[in-house]
Design a protein around this ligand. Sequence first.
Ligand SMILES: CC(=O)[C@@H](O)[C@H](O)COP(=O)(O)O
Ligand SMILES: NCC(=O)COP(=O)(O)O
Length: 239
Amino acid sequence: MTRLSVNINKVATIRNARGGNIPNVFQVAMDCERFGAQGITVHPRPDERHIRYSDVREIAPHVKTEFNIEGYPTRKFLDLVTEVKPTQVTLVPDPPDVLTSNAGWDTVKHKTLLQDVVAELHEHNIRASIFIETDAKMIEAAPETKTDRIELYTESYAVGFGQNREQAVSPFAESAELAHSIGLGINAGHDLNLDNLEYFAQNVPHLDEVSIGHALISDALYIGLENTIQLYLRKLQSA
Ligand SMILES: CC(=O)[C@@H](O)[C@H](O)COP(=O)(O)O
Ligand SMILES: NCC(=O)COP(=O)(O)O
């Protein structure tokens, strides 16, 4: 079954808004696992607008499921991840000032950079994943980086889901088949939610993990974190 990795960035957004330690990001990570999450995802951005480097250092030794750290591979980011050695690092081509992730890697143009970074992650026994769009050329070039997985950037699916779900999901189903055929593991994320997740998981084969944050934490404001995680898990179980 596809693993659910809960992205807790937005818990840190609320914490930072008042400058204290409420909500306690570390405790939320531990509770997400207790409520059934099969992974914890964080995205420490250069401006630390939400997840701080100190959060990563506090959480890392205590995650019992899988710890996935996302980010652009600056030296500072790589020093952090090779220090804490999470299960997985997801490389994202985000410039520092971007509102949120909005593009996948150009695996042709940035082949050498990605090869070097993936090699460094592997030296520290960290699984590598690269954030990518449903572009066959980009996916076909991904194995040359030696990455273990790709993460399909699912914003276009979320945007198109309401209009025409079949049309929205088909590029992702095709991309997953292609990726699987060339030996890549398949993750997915960005703007997945309670409405669109089940159909995605039913129609995208070989899906190892989804990482979900913004919608899940927003849902938890209404129905509670434990109920929310259980609902997302049931969507994946019924797929
Ligand atoms: C890579 C990805 O799609 C998400 O991790 C996204 O980057 C979330 O980042 P924000 O929580 O800063 O929007
Ligand atoms: N990799 C996607 C992720 O971690 C969370 O994205 P979102 O659900 O906050 O859009």
